[in-house]
Design a protein around this ligand. Sequence first.
Ligand code: GDP
Ligand code: IMO
Ligand code: MG
Length: 413
Amino acid sequence: MIKIIVGAQFGDEGKGKLVDVISKKADVVVRYQGGNNAGHTVVVGSKTFKLHLIPSGIIHKKRSLIGAGVQIDPEVLYGEIKALEKNGIFVSSLLGIDFRAQIIMPWHKLMDGVKGGKIGTTKRGIGPSYADRTAREGIRFEALLMPKEFKKKVKEIYGEKKKILQLYGVKIEPESKIVKKYLKLGKKLKKYLCDVSLEINNNNKRILMEGAQGTLLDNDFGTYPYVTSSHPIAGGAIIGVGFGPKEVTSVEGVVKAYTTRVGNGPFPTELKNRTGDIIREKGNEFGTTTGRPRRVGWLDIPLLRLSNTLNGFDGIHLTKLDVLVDLKKIKIADYYVYKGEKYKVLSLREEFVKKAKPHYIIMNGFTTEEVVTLKGNALKYVEKIEKLLKLPVLSVSIGPERAQIIFRTKERI
Ligand code: GDP
Ligand code: IMO
Ligand code: MG
């Protein structure tokens, strides 16, 4: 049984918290794409875990796998393992890394630093490393564990990369230093090598695929070029882990009760006013990975309809409803108007994105009491979303803690 959990907007929907909660009933949790551009927060009592590469299921001590589609910065991964161990979560027997996953090298991070400004990337080397993967100039995780082969590959690739970096006036490290550092990390990570595709295929385990980033950041289907370099959509799990589409039992979207976006790119329902500032402060909307303030806006139903088209959701998990308390009025974009016509689904054609204007419905605000009991105007907000999207809201998250979630249907995996 495979359940895919997908970020339905621009990332940071609260995937980490949700996956942590539902992984209690899973056997295996798998990350399927992206890298340490992701920042997934899990709060357990007084402890806050910020995970960038390791699936959130690790906190529940579940088998936690990193699929072939992921880009791995070995230094970040090792740091994350150590941080978990400090908090009593011994990763050794739990973590597995697919031999095909790829390594982020120093030149990827340097190139991202040089070229990622226009998009507002996380500068973690994601774009350049995926580009090299596609160009067949990437280094797989298994190569990191084979010193002779690794050295040879670095020699081959770095010779050319150095020249390009020098063109941009970037200070570069000597090859020998890079090789030494990476091989040392390779030794420490060797025990995690596995074949994730084989491990999860044809077994009767309950498997959770943990999405990273969000649907609108998909390299093909998002707000290109203001996107990431991988495939956060549900289909990304299939190609990022290696299993057949018929194995999927459910696809569920994680939807923040409003919208946020980090970095540049279109955001039609963005609030550049005091209300936006209030939501940002209340929701602590500052990037888990880069600390950048997140852009904030109203919930965008046409965007979510597009997201549903791309993912085929069985239902959605609504998060951060508590953040909207005490606002007098809350707006929801229900359709767009373009050249005098109504559009129920957001189109990402350039002309549409430039000229279409969101139409809003106005909902009454709600109190904390209404949120925690999911009654009154808070329930009306949730039911309105269900009606507009024609999708069930499976759970409503009302705070960062594990217990702060209300399941509206029988929890299943
Ligand atoms: P992810 O990237 O989708 O895992 O989301 P992030 O962890 O980057 O951002 C979500 C933030 O909201 C984290 O700080 C979470 O602890 C927090 N969070 C998650 N769910 C809720 C919720 O229902 N209410 C509130 N107030 N915070 C939440
Ligand atoms: P999680 O998993 C929010 C954004 C960056 C930038 C664009 C491209 O925590 O939801 P990249 O470094 O990937 O090349 O940057 O994508 N971005 C995210 N925004 N949450 C994320 O991950 C993101 N990962 C990348 O801000 O606009
Ligand atoms: Mg995040």
